[in-house]
Design a protein around this ligand. Structure first.
Ligand code: GTP
Length: 322
């Protein structure tokens, strides 16, 4: 089974904005709208039916804003989100770029998984997850809600906000901890979510433009989340790779949170950009050659790096008959 997909051009990029309650997500959305880098469509999700966050979005025509107030996107499911996305792009003046602001308690994973779904990817391209942090309350939030550490693992950019309310020492500590929890992310410090749009939008975190430095990520371990890089210089055997994918990634969604990297296969000329968010994965044939070796960044909990490296080494060699 060759499961690669061609890169579809002209998909509308989507950036998901997450972060703890009150961290500065709406402030960031407004700041991005003010900069006007693209014609933006915004989807706002919140728990209550009042649509408060929607009302807080400024300077955006009503038709470019979709409010999902029926429940938390991570619980109410993908259909509401897909409907909102389709509605935004069905307008004569369709947006060039879509922002999704999650509710402060939402798990970003179901939303990212929806955006990685092949049908959704026909029209939209997940660009990245921006996680906004309130620097002053960071450690208290993390202590009271350790699951937040896992949410950071998926971030492509971290905005350490409210720097006006924290001293230098605390900001350094928050930066250090958050980069360990989010080894794939770029970290930006600011106040009032004042971030230049080109620092968080169009980062292509989920596309074939994967930045090389990501692959140099070293082994880190904080709050149970660790990351490491698997490398293989021999081309992989497709059947053995499928076994590895099944056993070491897809069957371990509670442990393997995020995988990203390049794969080179025997007898297949194009290399592949592989991405997984828990048990949802995608693989795209690269149009430009990489270096014809395989590298995967793996982020997860309670993972044995040596076991993973040994199993990944097994992915070359003769096809198994099992
Ligand atoms: N002092 C200070 N206040 C800020 C900063 N950024 C945002 N705020 C304020 O913090 C409050 C919450 O900001 P929002 O942007 O609404 O936060 P949010 O993450 O969207 O909040 P929820 O939707 O409730 O999760 C607002 O009163 C903002 O004006 C900052 O850097 N410094």
């Amino acid at each position: 089974m060759l499961y690669t997909m061609r890169v579809v051009r002209n998909r509308i990029p989507v950036t998901v904005i997450g972060g703890f309650l009150g961290a500065g997500k709406t402030t960031l959305v407004n700041h991005l709208i003010r900069q006007n880098p693209y014609k933006l469509g915004v989807i706002v999700n919140e728990f209550g039916s009042l649509g408060v966050d929607g009302a807080l979005i400024e300077n955006l025509p009503d038709e470019d804003l979709a409010e999902l107030t029926a429940g938390c996107l991570c619980c109410s499911g993908r259909n509401d989100l897909i409907e909102a996305l389709v509605k935004l792009v069905s307008r004569p003046q369709r947006p060039e770029y879509v922002l999704i602001e999650l509710s402060g308690l939402a798990d970003p994973v179901p939303v990212m998984q929806t955006l990685l779904d092949p049908q959704v990817r026909a029209l939209f391209e997940l660009d990245g997850l921006v996680t906004v942090l309130d620097a002053r309350n960071f450690y208290a939030t993390l202590e009271q809600n350790p699951e937040m550490a896992l949410q950071l693992a998926y971030a492509s950019s971290i905005v350490i906000n409210k720097s006006d309310l924290a001293d230098q020492e605390l900001l350094d500590l928050v930066q250090d901890t958050s980069s360990k929890l989010a080894p794939l992310a770029k970290v930006i410090r600011t106040h009032h979510s004042e971030v230049a749009s080109d620092q968080v939008l169009n980062q292509k975190h989920f596309s074939a433009d994967l930045k090389e430095d990501v692959l140099e990520t070293t082994h880190q371990h904080t709050a149970g989340v660790k990351s490491f890089v698997l490398k293989h210089i021999e081309p992989l055997d497709m059947i053995r790779w499928h076994y590895f994918l099944q056993k070491f990634i897809l069957e371990r969604p509670g442990h393997v949170l995020r995988v990203k990297g390049f794969l080179a296969f025997k007898d297949i000329p194009e290399e592949v950009l592989f991405q997984a968010v828990r048990d949802i994965f995608s693989a795209e044939a690269l149009t430009d050659p990489h270096d014809n070796t395989s590298h995967l960044v793996v982020i997860g909990r309670d993972l044995d790096r040596d076991l993973y490296q040994a199993a990944f080494q097994e992915c070359s060699g003769e096809p198994t008959t099992a």
